[in-house]
Design a protein. Structure first.
Length: 351
């Protein structure tokens, strides 16, 4: 049984909660219109092919969709207005943040979660640890305006987990990196600063790194339905996909957590701001280049190449930056993204 089937349980519905504990804030309150006074806020808990489940103040419900509406337009974590009597969905409120990703060969982004305050990027201290993939997750989090936190699991399987921690911390300025055992009770206390009442966290990462186990730990033993967990192949650290859909779970100490299916491929698009934030050292050097549209590859007077030659910038880091910029350049130049006016886009042509 999926979490979406459990949210209609009568025992859950008997426990009303405040909107603020669900993540409601002035950002959403300010969007309400006078004629919508009879509608009630609901937060999307699961998105299925033909139905949506949500949580409101009285408890969990299954929403009725208007004619011609599609569930694919909604994300777990969305706030919507619905008739409290008929549960007919009226409209979706604007999102404070939205996580979306593109997969190989797909032109349509997949909505991974909405109104997420913190993105837990989960990776393990084994073959799954990959700097390039972590940078993609960080660009995703930055572009979505969520706070990224890298969680390192399986630290007990290596001799020096601190080396993994140091490599991860070097990826972005001010980045929080936490070594955590998803099965330990202490995990909830360790992550408590990001899991306060009314806060929403989302978990992303490959299969087998402990995301579902961590969801179960955060939700506590009283949850109605535990997420399934699975093992990994030891030779390449690849795990089985135990989470097949996104779902919203209450955290025992307060807040909400969105679990997502494991993903190994992540395409970055329309993420100019996210890439600039991730590679701040390159972003800050770029204006010092002789040419305003410098590619930092072969031009004379390139400040970035100068930093590489002086040993102040890792050449592999520059290579990964270039790959991400090239991958997202089509969307950025098209100006279709929320931050299309960023400096990276504007430097695409010589002034």
């Amino acid at each position: 049984m999926q979490f979406g089937e459990a949210v209609t349980d009568d025992s859950d519905a008997a426990c009303p909660m405040s909107l603020s504990s669900l993540g409601w804030s002035n950002f959403f309150e300010d969007q309400l219109e006078p004629h919508e006074a009879g509608l009630a806020p609901h937060r999307i808990a699961t998105v299925h092919r033909a139905r949506l489940t949500a949580i409101s103040q009285p408890g969990p419900v299954t929403l009725r969709l208007p004619v011609h509406s599609q569930t694919g337009d909604f994300a777990v974590g969305d706030w919507v207005l619905a008739d409290p009597q008929t549960q007919l969905l009226h409209r979706r409120l604007a999102r404070k943040t939205v996580l979306e990703r593109r997969t190989e060969g797909s032109k349509t982004p997949q909505l991974a979660g909405a109104n997420v305050d913190t993105l837990f990027i989960v990776t393990s201290c084994n073959a799954d640890f990959n700097l390039a993939r972590l940078e993609r997750y960080l660009a995703l989090a930055n572009e979505a305006a969520t706070t990224p936190v890298i969680l390192l699991t399986k630290a007990d399987t290596v001799a020096d987990a601190r080396s993994y921690e140091q490599q991860a911390m070097a990826l972005q300025r001010g980045l929080a990196v936490v070594i955590v055992n998803p099965r330990a009770r202490e995990a909830a206390a360790t992550l408590a600063p990001w899991c306060r009442a009314g806060q929403t966290v989302a978990l992303v990462g490959s299969s087998g790194v402990g995301k579902s186990t961590l969801v179960n730990t955060l939700a506590g033993p009283s949850q109605e339905l535990a997420q399934q967990t699975g093992g990994i192949r030891e030779h390449d650290a690849k795990g089985r996909h135990t989470t097949t859909s996104r779902s919203l779970h209450a955290i025992a100490g307060g807040g909400w957590v969105i679990d997502t299916p494991g993903m190994r491929t992540l395409r970055v698009s329309d993420a100019a701001f996210g890439i600039e934030t991730l590679f701040a050292e390159i972003t800050e050097l770029a204006p010092l280049c002789r040419f305003s549209d410098c590619t930092h590859a072969h031009e004379p007077g390139c400040a970035v190449q100068g930093a590489v030659a002086a040993g102040g910038l890792d050449p592999e880091r520059l290579t990964r930056w270039r790959k991400l910029v090239e991958e997202s350049s089509t969307r950025m130049l098209g100006g279709s993204g929320p931050r299309s006016g960023s400096a990276t886009a504007s430097r695409s042509k010589r002034r």
